[in-house]
Design a binder for this molecule. Structure first.
Ligand SMILES: NC(=O)c1ccc[n+]([C@@H]2O[C@H](COP(=O)([O-])OP(=O)(O)OC[C@H]3O[C@@H](n4cnc5c(N)ncnc54)[C@H](OP(=O)(O)O)[C@@H]3O)[C@@H](O)[C@H]2O)c1
Length: 255
């Protein structure tokens, strides 16, 4: 989904932010997290070489822009940023709609990287459309660095909510980051485009990456919208969150 030049028909299906994100009452102290992905009919989100996503239609690219434009911030994993080399901007027409809704012209751009070695020649750093926030273990105070191998995603979301006033976060992947968020119950909505292709290949990641492990528990979804355009299907799922028990002796399982 690297094309950033499409600007027709962008206001379609935007709806009000309130109506699109009802049912937030389970969220405390973090943004509502909406993930947007495209996958083939056999569940692949990229090829084995991790090439940029170019197997979807113009309509799907517009769909991605619309979702991005609804959010206060857009989140991307370091690998996807490197591979797709995107600016994470929003077309002019959608910028105007954002202003009318009382939002900033473009969403904040958030990158996560455990290693923190990010190439400053990437396109994202050549555009100053909105601030860029990088979460990395290297940015932690030295006393917290020891043993911290991964960015604490729950803490990251809390910071985005409390310090940057982000109430809706658009996660654009990739699958490794999405899986980490999913495992921690930090995804609220999944927008999934099914594209009319099949790639096969054990080395081509699915929506939840290449890990052979099961998720700690099955994630249940509710289908809240389905739209077809030509050969593509646009699905919107609300993620059902498990109620946390105060004391539980059950171990995680796949049910
Ligand atoms: N079809 C689609 O809709 C779609 C969407 C997005 C991406 N993609 C494709 O997916 C591929 C890349 O996906 P990917 O799964 O390899 O990478 P990714 O999820 O984009 O990025 C993973 C990286 O994020 C950083 N990270 C920091 N904290 C993390 C945490 N707590 N959990 C997980 N990651 C964390 C790490 O960066 P460091 O290595 O810097 O430490 C990690 O290596 C690309 O080919 C891209 O085109 C497809």
């Amino acid at each position: 989904m690297s094309s950033e030049n499409q600007n027709e028909n962008l206001g379609k299906n935007l709806g009000s932010r309130r109506s699109r994100h009802q049912g937030r009452s389970h969220i405390r102290n973090r943004p509502f997290v909406v993930a947007t992905f495209a996958m083939t009919a056999d569940g692949k989100v990229t090829t084995k070489n991790f090439g940029p996503v170019d197997f979807t239609s113009r309509e799907d690219k517009l769909h991605l822009f619309r979702q991005r434009a609804l959010a206060d911030a857009v989140l991307l994993g370091h690998t996807s940023l490197e591979r797709d080399n995107v600016r994470l901007g929003v077309p002019a027409e959608l910028q105007e709609l954002r202003i009318k809704r009382g939002q900033s012209r473009s969403p904040l751009r958030v990158i996560v990287s455990n290693k923190g070695r990010i190439d400053d020649r990437l396109k994202i750093f050549q555009s100053d459309i909105s601030p860029i926030i990088i979460f990395s273990t290297k940015r932690m105070p030295p006393k917290n660095q020891e043993g911290a191998r991964e960015v604490d995603l729950a803490a990251m979301l809390k910071t985005l909510r409390n310090q940057y006033k982000v109430s809706t976060l658009a996660c654009e992947g990739g699958p490794t980051l999405f899986r980490s968020l999913l495992e921690q119950g930090l995804v609220d909505q999944l927008n999934l485009t099914i594209a009319p292709y099949m790639f096969g290949g054990a080395k081509a990641p699915t929506l939840t990456g290449l890990s052979k492990k099961f998720l700690p528990a099955s994630v249940h979804c509710s289908l809240i919208e389905m739209r077809t355009v030509a050969d593509e299907c646009f699905l919107t799922y609300r993620i059902k969150h498990r109620r946390r028990r105060r004391s539980s002796t059950r171990s995680p399982r796949n049910d």
